[in-house]
Ligand binder design. Structure first.
Ligand code: 13P
Length: 232
């Protein structure tokens, strides 16, 4: 069983959500498909598809205008939440420390955090990819509880560019070894960044990869379903 997690980012409306979830329901995949929707669409799932959120407050409740707590997500039947996405790190100045606090808040509420790490183009060009992703991982993951780690090179997000399969394999090995080092060798590892129906099958076959985190191609069934079908 592989994870295929869609991240809608700040896109979509009720009709588009219903259309995608309906087509996913009819697709009967044996993989674990999750769709991470904007907060406003996290209600009334008639199609039985597992839903995720894209952010969570590190606080349990209180005077945090605009934030959404783990308790609220649990109440909305949310099962997964993306934390530490590079867009949160870039536009909201979220750090490894914030990411770890958010992941911990999710776990406390029975929600599985998908913790994102990934280097910038500058890091990559300076040959720092391995040290950067390892540090991000070790500083962002909580000490206890179930979580997933997604490797998303920032320069590969929404650009149509991906690392070579060898590059992905070596980052995955670095992450896997780092997780073994903290006695969490069973944590699932995902790849994200310009995944599409042409590269999904090959990426998923890379050693230590347990799934994919898909952005743009998860918005519509005609681009998301072929990804899911290609890795049956
Ligand atoms: P794209 O698949 O659009 O590159 O986005 C990847 C991503 O950021 C998923 O979280």
């Amino acid at each position: 069983m592989k994870f295929i997690i869609g991240n809608w980012k700040m896109n979509g409306n009720t009709d588009e959500k219903d259309a995608l979830l309906k087509s996913l329901k009819n697709s009967r995949t044996k993989n674990k498909v999750v769709v991470c929707l904007p907060f406003t669409l996290l209600y009334g799932n008639d199609f039985g598809i597992t839903l995720g959120a894209q952010d969570i407050s590190e606080h349990p409740n209180g005077a945090y205008t605009g934030d959404i707590s783990g308790q609220m997500l649990k109440d909305a039947n949310v099962k997964y939440v993306i934390v530490g996405h590079s867009e949160r790190r870039l536009y909201h100045k979220e750090t490894n420390e914030t990411t770890r606090a958010k992941a911990t808040a999710a776990i406390k509420n029975g929600i599985i955090p998908v913790i994102c790490v990934g280097e910038t183009a500058t890091d990559k060009n300076a040959g720092r990819t391995m040290s950067v992703v390892k540090k991000m991982l070790l500083e962002s993951v909580p000490q206890k509880g179930e979580y997933i780690v997604a490797y998303e090179p920032r320069w590969a997000i929404g650009t149509g560019k991906t690392p070579t399969y060898e590059e992905i394999a070596s980052v995955m090995e670095t992450l896997h070894k780092a997780l073994i080092g903290i006695k969490r060798e069973n944590i699932a590892l995902l790849y994200g960044g310009s995944v599409n129906q042409d590269n999904a099958k090959q990426i998923i076959s890379i050693k230590n990869i347990d799934g994919l985190l898909v952005g743009g191609a998860s918005l519509k069934s005609d681009t998301f379903l072929p990804i899911i079908k290609s890795i049956e």
